[in-house]
Write a protein that binds this ligand. Structure first.
Ligand code: CO8
Length: 257
């Protein structure tokens, strides 16, 4: 039933926009948000007609963290046996490019969900933080690992140990965020970039993000070898022939994806 939904899903051409909508809890991430996001995104991930996701929230909050009310009474055996939070990794594992468009609070699991996306654009109102230490826990959805890779150890330690928030300018300077916009222009700009990404060959875009992600996983020589091999593999695609022919023939490429 639409009224009870926590995530709105809209399709604009080859772009799918997912909007977290739990205003009563500042978009806190509960199991329902997870299942609605994965139910929508997983089937679309392999749809050749979908070229990019935009994940967003409200003006006040992208997501103010995991749902604290849902977590409070958990026990260790229960958290361990249910592999608590592991399900969120399914969003990071999606192969279709995804942009997080962040206004307002992106705290705890909200910051971690944004970091699972391939890039983050934010509004001037954005506030990023990993305040879990204030609740007696630590980031559990990748924050200690992804934030450290994105902003470096010293700043990640500062954020995770103090629980303080970073504003949009600081997040951009630190490399967490790629672009900042006035709040009312953020979603339009994210959709425009998503449409641009989605206008290219989906195969090429998937391979491009795999190559970039590999940089965070492996040594330079292994990463360079991986890049070179998948670069070479693209010469087996029709879209490589189309892209290069279109350039030479001075026309717009028509990628088959
Ligand atoms: N969980 C549940 N409810 C929340 C959460 C949350 N994370 N954040 C806000 N809410 C609720 C509030 O309880 C309040 O409800 P009510 O109106 O019924 O009292 C409503 O949203 C509005 O919140 P506030 O009144 O607090 O709004 P303010 O504008 O005064 O403050 C803040 C906004 C600063 C964002 C404040 O709400 C806050 O500090 N929230 C908690 C932030 C936080 O600690 N987040 C980290 C959570 S722990 C976590 O994410 C673990 C990571 C593991 C990954 C899990 C992924 C699923």
């Amino acid at each position: 039933q639409a009224a009870n939904k926590c995530v709105r899903v809209e399709r604009e051409g080859r772009v799918v926009i997912l909007t977290i909508d739990r205003p009563e809890a500042l978009n806190a991430l509960n199991l329902q948000v997870l299942s609605e996001l994965t139910d929508a995104m997983v089937p679309l991930d392999s749809d050749p007609g979908v070229g990019c996701f935009v994940l967003t929230g409200s003006a006040k909050a992208f997501a103010a963290g995991a749902d604290i009310a849902e977590m409070r009474d958990r026990t260790y055996p229960d958290a361990f046996l249910t592999n608590m939070l592991a399900g969120w990794e399914a969003i990071a594992q999606l192969r279709t490019p995804k942009i997080a468009a962040v206004s307002g609070y992106a705290l705890g699991g909200g910051c971690e969900l944004a970091m699972m996306c391939d890039t983050i654009y934010c509004g001037q109102s954005a506030r990023f933080g990993q305040p879990e230490i204030k609740l007696g826990v630590i980031p559990g959805m990748g924050g200690s690992q992804r934030l450290t890779r994105l902003v470096g150890k010293s700043k990640a330690m500062d954020m995770i140990l103090t629980g303080r928030m970073m504003d949009a300018d600081e997040a951009k300077e630190a490399g967490l965020v790629a672009r900042i916009y006035p709040d009312d222009e953020l979603l339009g700009a994210a959709k425009e970039a998503a449409a641009q990404i989605a206008s290219y060959s989906k195969t090429t875009a998937l391979v491009a993000r795999e190559a970039v992600d590999r940089a965070l996983e492996t040594s330079l020589s292994e990463g360079l070898l991986f890049e070179r091999r998948i670069f070479q593999s693209l010469f087996g695609t029709d879209d490589q022939k189309e892209g290069m022919s279109a350039f030479i023939e001075k026309r717009k490429a028509d990628f088959k994806r």
